[in-house]
Design a protein around this ligand. Structure first.
Ligand SMILES: [Ca+2]
Ligand SMILES: [Ca+2]
Length: 224
């Protein structure tokens, strides 16, 4: 496989190509390979594409985080940079996380999660937490998956709704592509990126740095 770690812009280009090429019938399990293939094809056109992408991407929200702040946890759970990027005209957001080191093709841990917590309504706390949605890439049951978790049904006694989404893992970069309608078409929201080795264990890293998982005072803000 291609061992080169692509730049941020190359990764963005890759996921754009993914969205353009992905047939509706294509199973989610093919996404990772498809994107890596697309990146290889796309490299000669990077300069032109970067100019295009810089125009095509509109509102973005960026957070930088120190490296080396995760103790003895794996460096691929150490967030260095996180970003939410609007793809203007597409009704789509890219949730991107860059880690201190590359994610293994097949991690040895049974469960790893790279979530973004999305607070679309500061007045509501579904399930007692601030975030109405989770956008995440997860390694579980021997495969990577991309998902949006809609937690708003918890406000009325329902269960969270999980929807599969396109995602990309390329070296130390993780990107999930989310249609705005899956987040209730918000014009703005608070968000953070995080990492954790399982759904029931403590988080390893937050960006922006937060005191704990209940701390929503340090969210970044994305706005259209
Ligand atoms: Ca970090
Ligand atoms: Ca909320």
């Amino acid at each position: 496989m291609d061992k080169k770690i692509p730049s941020t812009e190359e990764v963005k280009l890759g996921i754009e190509e993914l969205e353009q090429r992905m047939a509706p019938s294509q199973p989610p399990g093919l996404l990772k390979k498809t994107v890596k293939h697309s990146l290889v094809l796309a490299l000669p056109m990077v300069v032109v594409a970067v100019m295009f992408i810089s125009l095509a991407h509109a509102a973005s929200s960026v957070v930088h985080d120190p490296r080396g702040d995760v103790g003895s946890s794996p460096s691929y759970l150490d967030i260095a940079h996180a970003e939410v990027i609007e793809q203007r005209g597409k009704g789509t957001l890219l949730f991107m996380m860059q880690l201190a080191d590359a994610i293994p093709d097949e991690p040895s841990q049974p469960d790893l999660i790279w979530p973004f917590h999305v607070d679309t309504n500061p007045a509501t706390f579904p399930g007692g937490l601030y975030n109405e949605y989770v956008v995440r890439v997860r390694w579980v049951n021997g495969a990577f998956v991309g998902e949006v978790v809609d937690r708003t049904p918890l406000l009325t006694g329902g269960a969270p709704i999980i929807t599969s989404i396109p995602f990309l893992i390329a070296g130390r970069t993780v990107i999930a592509s989310v249609e705005l309608q899956l987040l209730g078409n918000p014009s703005s929201f608070g968000w953070n990126a995080a990492t954790r080795p399982g759904a029931t264990v403590p988080y390893v890293d937050f960006a922006p740095d937060a005191a704990n998982q209940f701390d929503f005072s340090t969210l970044a803000t994305w706005a259209q």
